[in-house]
Design a binder for this molecule. Structure first.
Ligand code: SF4
Length: 222
């Protein structure tokens, strides 16, 4: 098991990517591939709440073409609630607060999915541990898989609100020392691409989600 410190990736329940960790990742080979846990929808599986794959994400799908990465797919919400299912969001905090019993996961029609989401996060953690996962690449915004930004309450409400934070499954992984990036963390992905493809030239103009103008403006970060 790889030893990790979480103090540099979790600050007051907020999350951030860890480029130092990514830079220090080993160079994987076909014989000893990098073990990456991915949101199943990012791999193209139709496990989104509405039975779709939540859209196309070439930044993530690029990893599927390599033979020096072993992908482990998991959909926390499908695990507990099947597909299709209701839309759900976290009310009263982040995924960390849900794990601590301080916030709830509610569906659009008012069903409490807190228990099922925690169970799904525990299953995802089990998969990560059993397979000695080296990195998780999860779909941001999701109440389960989000890692940078999630909704604060019902996303279908008239005045939807975003918050900095992780979904329940991502929070479970982060709290237990696993590194999580999202499909929108383009700077981190550039580092990852350079690890799996020796010909890849890092594009230093790319930024992670928490470095974008939208993020800084919306969350009033100076
Ligand atoms: S729970 Fe995660 S894996 Fe499942 S559809 Fe939502 S974002 Fe994708």
């Amino acid at each position: 098991m790889i030893q990790r410190s979480v103090t540099d990736v979790v600050t007051n329940g907020k999350t951030m990517t860890d480029k130092t960790y990514l830079k220090e990742l080993r160079i994987p080979t076909k014989e000893n591939p990098l073990r990456v846990l991915m949101s199943a929808c990012l791999t193209g599986l139709m496990c989104g709440w509405d039975g779709t794959n939540n859209g196309e994400y070439p930044s993530a799908q690029k990893l599927l073409q390599r033979d020096n990465i072993k992908i482990f797919k998991f959909c926390p919400e499908d695990f507990s609630y099947g597909t299709p299912r209701e839309m759900s969001d976290i009310h009263g905090g982040t995924g960390f607060d849900v794990l601590d019993g301080k916030a709830k996961v509610m569906t659009e029609s008012g069903h409490d999915w807190t228990e099922g989401m925690i169970k799904a996060s525990e299953r995802m953690l089990e998969i990560a541990r059993n397979n000695d996962i080296e990195l998780a690449l999860l779909l941001d915004i999701s109440a389960a898989c989000g890692s940078q930004v999630i909704y604060d309450g019902n996303r279908l409400s008239e005045n939807k609100v975003y918050q900095i934070g992780a979904g329940v499954a991502a929070a479970q992984l982060i709290r237990n020392g696993f590194r999580v990036i999202s499909q929108r963390d383009f700077a981190s992905l550039e580092i990852l691409y350079s690890k799996i493809d020796s010909s890849h030239v890092i594009d230093f103009t790319k930024v992670d989600q928490n470095e974008t103008e939208w993020y800084r403006t919306y969350f009033k970060i100076t």
